[in-house]
Write a protein that binds this ligand. Structure first.
Ligand code: CU
Length: 335
C-alpha cells in the first residue's frame, strides 16, 4: 500500500495491487504499473499543493497622513499584523501608514481573514452629519461572501461593512474573509468603499494591491507596483529577498540589479486613460507573443509584465496631460 490507512491524506484511496495482475500479459502489467505510479504521483502533488495552502490573519488600520506638497490631508492604510499559518511576517511592512497601502502576497488556495480598524481622528463625528465615517476594505479578484464586500448597505443590501460609524450601524472594527480560490491568480486592487460616500476614499489614498500567484510560481528579484492616478504614479518596491516593502510614494525611483528579472504591476485608478512606457525596454504583452514597448491602460485596468533589468530607464505616462503633471520616474540598474 502506498498510504497507510490510519494516515490522513487527501483524495481517494486506491490499491496498486489487483488479484488479476498475476495472469495478465507483461504489456498490460507494465501499463497498470505505470498508471498506478502516475496516479500516486498525481495524488502526491495534489496533497502537497493542498498542504501549501496558507491561512492569512491580517489586521490593518486606516489613518490620516500628511504628504509633502498636498494642502489637504490624505488617508492611508497601515499594517498592524500579518501572520501566515501562525508565522508573523509583519516586519515586511512599513511601521507607518503608507500610500499605496500594504501589498499582500497570496497564493491560489489561501484564505484571508482581514480586520480593519478606524484610526481617523473624529471618525465618529460623521454620524451627526448623517454621513459615513466608516473605513472599509473592498477587494477585487478573489472570492468572498456578500458580508465581506466592504461596501455600504446601500450597495450590498446587508450592512455597512466597515470600521467606525456608518449611516445604518456601527462597527468598532470589521472583518472580511477572502477565498483565494484557484483561478484568481493576478494583481488586484483593494480600496476603501465607505468613507463619506458609497465610493469611499480611494482617491485620498486608501488603496493597495493583492498579488495572487499560482502555486509554484516563479520568483522575481523585485516586484514594482505602480498605481496610475490622474496626476501621479504611486508606487512600491518589494525585494524578493526578505520581501521588505519600501519606496512608497509618488513617482518613485526603482532599483534593480543588472540582469535580474523584475516584474511590474500597473494598476489604473481614477478616470484617465494612460499610455505607459518604459524607455528602451520591450516586454511580452501578457497572454500573447507580441513584444510591446508601451501600453494603454484605462480605469480599473491592470497590466503585469516582466523584464530583465539591463539598463537604466525612465518610466512615464506618455498621455500628454498626464506627462505635463509630471508622471515620470526612474528604473536604476546597479551592477
Ligand atoms: Cu474597486
Amino acid at each position: 500500500m502506498l498510504f497507510q490507512s490510519n494516515r490522513p491524506y487527501c483524495g481517494m484511496e486506491f490499491s496498486e495491487n489487483s488479484s488479476a495482475t498475476q495472469y495478465t500479459p507483461h504489456a498490460t502489467l507494465l501499463r497498470q504499473l505505470l498508471i498506478s505510479s502516475l496516479m500516486a504521483l498525481a495524488m502526491f502533488f495534489l496533497c502537497v499543493g493542498k498542504s501549501l495552502a496558507a491561512e492569512h490573519i491580517i489586521q490593518m488600520t486606516a489613518e490620516e497622513v500628511h504628504e509633502d506638497g498636498f494642502g489637504s490631508k490624505l488617508m492611508a492604510y497601515k499594517m498592524l499584523s500579518h501572520t501566515v499559518n501562525g508565522t508573523n511576517i509583519t516586519h515586511r511592512y512599513s511601521n507607518h501608514a503608507t500610500i499605496p497601502g500594504p501589498t499582500l502576497f497570496l497564493t491560489e488556495g489561501d484564505t484571508v481573514n482581514l480586520t480593519i480598524y478606524n484610526d481617523i481622528p473624529g471618525a465618529n463625528a460623521g454620524v451627526l452629519k448623517g454621513i459615513s465615517s466608516q473605513v472599509s476594505v473592498h477587494v477585487h479578484g478573489v472570492h468572498y461572501k456578500i458580508v465581506s464586500d466592504g461596501t455600504l448597505k446601500v450597495i450590498n443590501q446587508e450592512d455597512d461593512q466597515g470600521a467606525g460609524v456608518g449611516p445604518a450601524q456601527t462597527h468598532a472594527n470589521y472583518s472580511y474573509t477572502w477565498d483565494v480560490a484557484p483561478g484568481t491568480a493576478g494583481t488586484w486592487a483593494y480600496h476603501d468603499h465607505n468613507y463619506e460616500t458609497h465610493n469611499g476614499a480611494e482617491h485620498k489614498g486608501l488603496f493597495g494591491a493583492i498579488i495572487v500567484n499560482p502555486v509554484g510560481a516563479a520568483n522575481y528579484a523585485k516586484e514594482f507596483v505602480l498605481y496610475l492616478t490622474d496626476d501621479a504614479f504611486w508606487g512600491m518596491e518589494i525585494d524578493s529577498h526578505g520581501m521588505k516593502q519600501k519606496k512608497h510614494g509618488i513617482n518613485p525611483d526603482f532599483i534593480a540589479r543588472k540582469d535580474s528579472e523584475v516584474r511590474f504591476h500597473l494598476i489604473a485608478l481614477g478616470t484617465d486613460i494612460h499610455k505607459f512606457k518604459l524607455s528602451g525596454y520591450q516586454w511580452a504583452d501578457p497572454g500573447t507573443n507580441n513584444m510591446i514597448n508601451e501600453v494603454a491602460i484605462g480605469p480599473l485596468e491592470k497590466h503585469v509584465f516582466t523584464v530583465k533589468a539591463t539598463k537604466n530607464a525612465q518610466y512615464s505616462d506618455e498621455n500628454f496631460t498626464n506627462k505635463l503633471m509630471g508622471m515620470v520616474g526612474k528604473l536604476k540598474v546597479s551592477h
